[in-house]
Ligand binder design. Sequence first.
Ligand code: PGA
Length: 257
Amino acid sequence: MSVDLRVVTDESAVAQAAADVVAGVIRVRPEAVIGFPTGVTPVRLYAELAARVARGELDCSRVTAVALDEYLGVAPSDPRSFADFLRRHVLEPLGISGARAALLDGTPAPDDVLVGRCLAHERAILEAGGVELQIVGIGRNGHLGFNEPGTPFRSRTRVTALAAATRVVNALEFAPDPVPMAALTQGLATIEEARTILLVATGDAKAAAVAAAFAGPVEVSCPASVLQRHADVRAVLDGAAASLWAPLADAATGYPA
Ligand code: PGA
């Protein structure tokens, strides 16, 4: 395992440190292919990147953006779709044109059409030359993207059922409607092929998943444990998210600062 770990004091320091990683990749390769997740955690990171773009410190205009996952049954025009989230938080503020974005389309469709969309996503990644940097959050149950516990490590982009726990965590986004039962997601093998993976996590609710991912056995019960097999993982955590990762627990506030 090769994890370059930063544990910092709070969410805003996490956003800064994670933005430094993203900006570093773009500085070396302005045309980098970057995988962007959705969720609460990356919002501050995206705001920090947008601020750097607005100040003229960072140019993302040649970046290609790749989606990590999408709800099934939610059209890209729906404000609850991840496609819409990525347009609002990533593409528009970072100045990445839609032509440079490989999003996933969660509009309901027959199975063969959905399989076609998943294959097209894998093809888009390949044709772009592979993902240089895949940013990921982590679910409380250890999921990566929507690869829930039990997902084989060899999985590719596909339609998959959401875990009950994930649907509970995301219930507010959809209330009063029910959370979709399924999603399209990059597979664990797809994620693992990225040259660098940046995991960002904050808060107590992620502590057990972070500890299982990096210090537990590498097994499908914790999908994020697949990261232990990867040669270049950067993890940016706050003290709370790092607090159950045994060697760090004592130093979790501010190590290495
Ligand atoms: P969150 O989601 O950033 O909203 O906590 C992370 C995830 O479930 O992967």
